[in-house]
Design a protein. Sequence first.
Length: 86
Amino acid sequence: MQTNKEKFDALVKESSKIVITTHFGSDDDAVCSTIGAYTYLTNKYPDKNIRAVIENAAIPEWSFLKNADKIEWVSDFSNSLSLVRI
């Protein structure tokens, strides 16, 4: 029986384009989770096209974290979906 991580990795392996996001009104733990997921995926799957997009104003307190600079901050995620170029 596959673990959740194995199921997740199987989905990622089948995908060529991946967007990571969080809930609306993202808070600190959501932003850190997005960075963590982005870091995990880009390290494990360097050939995949992976983007991190969050609807919110950039949170400067987290800029010291590795890959925080990879987050694309947008003012309206629903209007930005067509702008997310993967």
